[in-house]
Design a protein around this ligand. Structure first.
Ligand code: F6R
Length: 240
């Protein structure tokens, strides 16, 4: 596990861009595992800027996203599919058909999980980007998720609903469940890049990096990955 402490959010995003763009340069057909949330927005802006200014092409790249809310269609403005189009894909030359995310509006959710699991087995991520929940979750794998889980439906922890409610008009509007890659799918990536910014992530970062490897803190499993890098800002590194 490699830990890089960045000065602040901008510096974290720049350093993350360095890692991500190297993966795409090394393999223009790379499979990128992507995340939503506030943390990767700076990185996504830099990817778009680099594409515009330097012509870096994503024409051969494929993507798989971590998770999607249950009950929201891909055109709902709070869905993660919409988030990805708006914050990244629309600014790149990526083929929309090469982008993948769980269908949270599927009628048969267990079947949708099985479909996504099979897809991930076929499309092993060259890099998987992760944010960190303040409770140590990765994707929507909440504390207590068995490390061996594949793609599954999860009821969101109240702390996650509260954290995410800032993006909705009312806390009651936040979906109560989601489909998520499991720890097994994340650990299958060739390389993992975890980003964290801000003091409210400091405890989770400490647990993930220095704590016991335990299902009570899902991110602690990353200690077992052979190529995992944390890029965190000084505030998130406060307890290390
Ligand atoms: C997002 C995801 C979540 C977030 C985490 C941090 O696809 O799976 O695990 O990465 O909740 O969210 P932010 O970045 O908003 O602090």
């Amino acid at each position: 596990m490699k830990i890089i402490v960045a000065k602040d959010y901008e510096d974290m995003s720049r350093k993350a861009f360095g890692v991500m763009s190297q993966v795409v340069r090394d393999n223009p057909q790379a499979v990128l595992g992507l995340a939503t949330g506030t943390t990767p927005l700076g990185l996504y802006r830099l990817m778009i800027e680099d594409h515009r200014l330097n012509g870096t092409s994503y024409g051969g790249v494929k993507t798989v996203n971590l998770d999607e809310y249950v009950g929201l269609t891909a055109d709902h403005n709070q869905s993660y599919a919409y988030f990805m189009r708006k914050n990244l894909f629309d600014g790149l030359d990526i083929d929309p058909a090469s982008t993948n995310i769980e269908n949270g509006a599927a009628g048969d959710l267990p079947r949708e999980c099985a479909r996504y699991d099979a897809l991930l087995d076929e499309m092993r991520q060259d890099i998987q980007l992760l944010g960190l929940g303040s409770n140590g979750h990765i994707a929507f794998n909440e504390p207590g998720t068995p490390f061996g889980s594949g793609t599954h439906e999860v009821r969101l922890a109240q702390s996650t609903i509260n954290d995410n409610s800032r993006l909705f008009d009312r806390v009651e509007d936040v979906p109560v469940s989601a489909l998520t890659m499991g720890p097994r799918n994340i650990m299958n990536a060739k390389k993992i890049l975890v980003l964290a910014s801000g003091e409210n992530k400091a405890r989770a970062v400490y647990g993930a990096v220095k704590g016991e490897v335990t299902e009570s803190l899902p991110a602690s499993i990353l200690q077992r990955h052979p190529d995992c890098t944390f890029i965190i800002d000084e505030a998130a590194a406060k307890l290390l």
